[in-house]
Design a protein around this ligand. Sequence first.
Ligand SMILES: [Zn+2]
Length: 243
Amino acid sequence: MKPAIVRAARAAILAAVTVTTALTATAEAATPGQVIAGTGWKLINPAMTTSLSPGTYTIEFDSTAARTRLTPYLKLAAANTQKLTPGVKFVVSTTIQKRVTTGCQKSRTLVASLEYRPIAKKGYSWGGNCYRLTDHSLFSGAMRFTTEWWYPHWFSTTASTNTYRIRNGVTHEFGHAIGLGHPNKDLNHDGVVRDYECPLNKDKTRPLMCSPNGGVVTSTGAGNYTPLDVPGLKALVTNYQYR
Ligand SMILES: [Zn+2]
């Protein structure tokens, strides 16, 4: 079936520019039974991608440079995602597949590219997806990573912190590529949804999908979803039965 493109959430990294999804989750589900948002998570757009279809989605690379740089990070992101999506697998291949620039990637693939400022904003990477028009399940996705993240000390002069933050950034874009949006919210009711303004986990960390990237900056936490992100992944799986 012809898929449609989701105007995806952007990921803000490092930059202090406000980037949030323009979407406000409402109480209405796309289809009765589907869950589209909760505390600290939401789908990019409940009118678009609402579920993952059972089976395998394959990660491919736009270039050999992207494959070399991104493979370890995407393997971590894929493994951490797959743990939370029973019945849906994410396999990182070695395939070079040019990213489709106007339209959707081929069925069941997530194509990763490495580009300098893919959305022309310093420090920003991007993730988005397409859905099947028939049932609104994930059709394919793309992740466009800015080369800046791999500049020395881009995120931090502490090597380990820098690595952890790249891991969080990569899994954040992966989350967009499969349908998760930014859970930023006007918590202080000042009328503006701000960067970093997201419900917090019990340990005071921000959800991984918060914009700019949240997540836990530790060796075991980096590249992982946080407790607040988890119900979003579960919803993408369970929503399939109500598609
Ligand atoms: Zn984002």
